[in-house]
Design a protein around this ligand. Structure first.
Ligand SMILES: *[C@@H]1O[C@H](CO)[C@@H](O)[C@H](O)[C@H]1NC(C)=O
Ligand SMILES: *[C@@H]1O[C@H](CO)[C@@H](O)[C@H](O)[C@H]1NC(C)=O
Ligand SMILES: *[C@@H]1O[C@H](CO)[C@@H](O)[C@H](O)[C@H]1NC(C)=O
Length: 342
């Protein structure tokens, strides 16, 4: 990785776990950050703000039809009008030009499932609205998509990966290799990495993208999914530590909550059901990483936004209470990422 001046401290952004984000500092230097906020910016509430949304989604040509709620007929626009207000400090205003200037010539990669697609498209819209005159060169399709803001040479890249660890084709089917991360070779070359994984770990039936699980030399048909998740995250945590410069419990797929007709956030700063067990597994994996790790802990602020899902207002049909409308909540995730990086 190229290093000079402040970019020595280029941050390895890591969304560890949807919907958490965590950042790993590339070289162990702590980035002296003028905007460093001395407060827990993840504790707060949603407040109405007339200056929101941050951009007009109809002017952003980079939104999948899955997320483009206004285009697909969402009649209420109130959900666009909320700003995250931490309890004891204010977030900076997003300034796309300074971001592009600061990250000139750098590559920012989002690695993970469709939530990563969701988040990276929001970031592209936020940047695009700051510099609408700048051309965006899009290269690649499928699993790696590279969008470069020409003139600044800033690349915002998506690397699609359901589990972060490898899925390979074996003689008898697809194998989820809980102890292997081959794609890491590409990831290592990036200046910022934003990881995210969670959604796919409990999927089974036709939605399960593997046939066997491999751990070391052992191949098994299935295992407790939380345990698998823990092993996968441990592999990831070791990968971060070594490669980045610088069974017993039953698991049920969470019920799809019905998000239709929700038009306002939960009022307040606490969500009634609290945090799931996966958040403690994540906490464990993070504690094991020796490199400095920052967590963008967006779980609770996202739970409060039951109004911000596409529901039926998407271009692929069905009710979607998993992803988030663009514009919308993802812009706040990116504002928090911006706050970490600037
Ligand atoms: C992304 O595109 C830019 C501009 O073409 C290129 O310099 C960079 O190497 C590409 N990155 C990847 C990972 O493909
Ligand atoms: C939230 O609750 C507070 C106090 O209970 C109330 O003053 C405020 O108007 C409510 N906000 C919204 C957005 O409903
Ligand atoms: C995220 O924040 C919540 C509330 O502030 C806290 O209870 C939780 O432990 C945090 N999660 C992690 C993984 O640090």
């Amino acid at each position: 990785m190229t290093t000079n001046g402040w970019i020595r401290v280029a941050i390895f952004g890591v969304i560890c776990l949807s919907p958490w984000l965590c950042l790993v500092n590339a070289e162990g230097h702590v980035h002296q950050n003028a905007n460093k906020l001395n407060c827990n910016r993840y504790e707060g509430s949603w407040v109405r703000d007339n200056s929101y949304p941050l951009y007009d989604s109809s002017k952003c040509p980079h939104i999948d039809k899955q997320f483009d709620c206004v285009k697909y007929g969402r009649p209420d626009h109130e959900y666009l009008k909320y700003r995250w207000q931490p309890q004891s400090c204010d977030l900076p205003r997003f300034d796309g030009k300074s971001f592009l200037t600061k990250f000139k010539g750098k590559q920012i990669m989002f690695i993970g499932d469709s939530i990563s697609v969701n988040q990276y498209q929001s970031l592209i819209c936020m940047l695009h609205s700051s510099v609408p005159e700048i051309r965006i060169l899009t290269e690649g399709r499928g699993h790696v998509i590279n969008n470069t803001f020409q003139g600044y040479g800033v690349s915002v890249i998506l690397s699609f990966s359901t589990h972060l660890v490898d899925i390979v084709n074996g003689p008898n089917g697809r194998i989820l290799k809980l102890d292997s991360i081959q794609n890491g070779e590409l990831w290592k070359q990036m200046d910022v990495l934003v990881f995210n994984t969670w959604l796919w770990w409990y999927r089974d039936g036709p939605k399960q993208p593997w046939d066997y699980i491999q751990i070391g030399n052992k191949i098994i048909k299935d295992m407790d999914r939380m345990e698998a998740f823990k092993l996968g995250l441990t592999t990831w945590a070791n990968w971060v530590d070594t490669k980045v410069d610088t069974q017993k419990t039953k698991w049920n797929e969470p019920k799809l909550t019905n998000c239709a007709k929700e038009t306002v956030p939960v009022n307040g700063s606490r969500y009634p059901t609290g945090l799931g067990r996966e958040s403690y597994v994540l906490q464990d994996a993070l504690n094991r990483i020796k490199k400095p790790v920052q967590l963008l802990n967006v779980t609770i602020l996202s739970q409060l936004r039951k109004d911000a899902h596409p529901s039926s207002y998407n271009g692929i049909g069905g009710i979607d209470c998993t992803h988030w409308c663009i514009a919308g909540l993802m812009d706040t995730w990116n504002l928090l990422l911006y706050t970490e990086l600037m």
